[in-house]
Design a protein around this ligand. Structure first.
Ligand code: GAR
Length: 197
């Protein structure tokens, strides 16, 4: 059974979708939910389910990214995960940190990569006149939102869509995509996952 650590910054709905899927059978188990923000709503949700949680507040480390990442690394090492899932973790990690976990770290990004790396993806998809929008689960490498793509889900863009309506319709697709990719990745299956509604 693979040991999975999940890193969050906010509400943790993707984290919850991963946890729910892992609870269905024994392919993997969540060993840690870690946030960089004590207000992250996902921490309480994970604790309620008996999952160990940790918080490393990035704010006291202002200007000391290495210090923050050292603490992050130490906390992860103690949990001994086989796989780390970034699930709405909104801190940029340095190549030095990523290298230590390379091949073991996944991320979900709310766009059809390689389009719209970074922030404000829903707004940028609308501004670009996209007819479809989507999300991507990829392996994390030193390049921001740039690692090998493992799965994508797409939704149509509808007339009158706003960044908020797009985000709201995309989230349930994220909740289908991420568990599907993790389930395969945990079994060393990197074949592409496609969800086309
Ligand atoms: C999700 O939409 C995820 O794709 C996005 O943050 C949201 C987190 O929601 N991630 C990024 O933008 C990463 N750059 P959640 O906390 O409810 O899972």
């Amino acid at each position: 059974m693979k040991r999975v650590a999940i890193l969050i910054s906010g509400g943790g709905s993707n984290m919850m979708s991963l946890v729910a899927d892992m609870a269905r059978d024994d392919f993997a188990t969540p060993v840690l939910v870690l946030a960089n923000n004590p207000e992250a709503g996902g921490l309480a949700k994970a604790a309620e389910r008996g999952i160990p949680t940790a918080c490393i507040d990035h704010r006291p480390f202002q200007g000391d990214r290495a210090g923050f990442e050292d603490k992050l690394h130490e906390t992860l090492l103690a949990a001994d995960p086989d796989i780390i899932c970034l699930a709405g973790f909104m801190r940029i990690l340095t190549p030095g940190f990523i290298h230590k976990w390379q091949g073991k770290m996944l991320n979900i990004h709310p766009s059809i990569l390689p389009l719209f790396r970074g922030l404000h993806t829903h707004q940028r998809a609308l501004e670009a006149g996209m007819c479809v929008h989507g999300c991507t689960v990829h392996e994390v490498t030193g390049e921001l939102d740039g690692g090998p793509i493992l799965g994508q889900a797409v939704i149509p863009v509808q007339s009158g869509d706003t960044p908020e309506t797009l985000a709201r319709r995309l989230l349930p697709m994220e909740h289908r995509l991420y568990p599907a990719v993790l389930r395969k990745f945990a079994q060393n299956d990197r074949s592409p996952t496609q969800i086309l509604e």
